[in-house]
Design a protein around this ligand. Structure first.
Ligand SMILES: Nc1nc2c(ncn2[C@@H]2O[C@H](COP(=O)(O)OP(=O)(O)OP(=O)(O)O)[C@@H](O)[C@H]2O)c(=O)[nH]1
Ligand SMILES: [Mg+2]
Length: 374
């Protein structure tokens, strides 16, 4: 019998096992067979109609094998990263997946950054990070799939480089691949239809889903790998809602004395040891505006963390969230430039050198210094 594929997530539709992916009740299955309706599996139906957070077993690592079949194709790869979580969303096995194929890098979710950011500076930072990762790309671009920003420019790049090849949209789970493919399809179809299921739970797309383009080639949405570096892997829905900004971030300025500490929820700690002005120093925080920031004296910081994590310092809300222990990065900068200290997946802190600070974040999280982008 011919396989019926869910048009939301790519899984094969079945009516035998409620607990397994692709399930639909048998009467709906019969309908699908006669193709009276566009097939959607029950999970996609629930996500779309009830905005449910339906997280299935995390199978992130399994997808590397599936995705690696792309390296045997002759295609153009659009690699998506989350600009807010560069290290977390950067696929560590990317070369195994892409092989010798050409790559365009699209850094998504740029709508979350304050509008005053300097795009050139972010792109320079991305290119530096790519060099560090040893990855050559044809071009890189900042986009927002959700807000439809620079999606046309990305399409132009795709047209420029594709040379009659199929296009694969790849990247970690939750970076916005399906949202992007939906935006592209809307342009081709001239409709408002959200073809693919989009959700903030991990592993929404379960298989390759191809759509024919008007030039005889195919564009594929693919399942996302869930990295060990992504908060998504550890935090519950409640915490994620606070950590992941839902809209443009607004800056919050603190005037810090030497030996003061800021806690970003219970997710990161920033020790300000000394700065340019001896006394008060402006430090600007760019984090989800739903996260509570707590200021304390450095000498009280350990005690506060040990006694108030999960109660005052939240998220995380309990040890069940299983977040890895803090690791510390120290920055002692002596020039007079303005810098961002990026805590990947969480946000960044801007301050002018000279300064001496220590930053603590879960060990899997990337902490980077870059020239300020604002
Ligand atoms: N702010 C913002 N959110 C976005 C953007 N693009 C996608 N999202 C959100 O990110 C989440 C994941 O989007 P998806 O398109 O499902 O991500 P995916 O990469 O297909 O995820 P998997 O199928 O799990 O691999 C959803 O909550 C989207 O609404 C964007 O440009 N800006
Ligand atoms: Mg998807």
């Amino acid at each position: 019998m011919e396989k019926i594929i869910c048009t939301g997530c790519g899984i094969t539709i079945q009516s035998k096992d409620k607990m397994k992916d692709g399930y639909v009740p048998s009467h709906i299955y019969e309908d699908f067979k006669s193709l009276k309706r566009t097939p959607l599996c029950q999970r996609c139906f629930r996500i779309r109609n009830y905005q449910e957070y339906v997280s299935n077993d995390i199978k992130g690592d399994d997808y590397i094998k599936v995705l690696s079949t792309i390296n045997a194709t002759d295609s153009l790869i659009v690699l998506i990263v989350d600009i807010f979580d560069f290290s977390g969303s950067f696929l560590p096995n990317i070369k195994r997946i892409t092989g010798q194929n050409d790559i365009i890098l699209a850094a998504n979710k740029v709508d979350l950054l304050p509008q005053s950011v300097n795009r050139e500076k972010i792109l320079n930072w991305i290119n530096m990070m790519l060099k560090e990762e040893g990855l050559n790309v044809l071009d890189s671009i900042l986009i927002s799939s959700k807000k439809n920003i620079y999606v046309d420019d990305l399409l132009e790049l795709i047209q420029k480089y594709k040379n009659g090849r199929d296009v694969y949209i790849v990247g970690s789970s939750n970076v916005g691949k399906s949202k992007l493919v939906n935006q592209i399809l809307k342009r081709f179809e001239g409709t408002d239809r959200e073809a693919l299921t989009v959700s903030y739970a991990p592993n929404t797309t379960l298989s390759f889903i191809g759509f024919p383009m008007n030039d005889g080639t195919t564009i594929y949405d693919t399942p996302g790998v869930l990295n060990r570096h992504q908060y998504l892997r550890y935090l519950t829905k409640k915490s994620l809602k606070l950590v992941v900004p839902q809209k443009e971030i607004k800056a919050i300025v603190y005037q810090l004395e030497c030996d003061q500490t800021l806690f970003i929820g219970g997710l990161a700690r920033f020790d300000f040891l000394s700065g340019a002005n001896g006394g008060r120093n402006n430090v600007t925080l760019y984090f989800s505006n739903n996260l509570a920031i707590h200021r304390t004296k450095l000498e009280n910081a350990d005690n506060l963390y040990n006694t108030k994590l999960y109660t005052l310092l939240t998220p995380p809300f309990s040890s069940k969230e299983n977040l890895p222990k803090f690791a510390m990065s120290e920055f002692h900068i002596r020039d007079t430039e303005k810098y961002d200290i990026v805590i990947s997946g969480l946000g960044f802190i801007t301050l002018r050198a000279p300064f001496h600070v220590k930053v603590y974040a879960p060990v899997m999280v990337g902490i980077y210094l870059r020239k300020a982008i604002i």
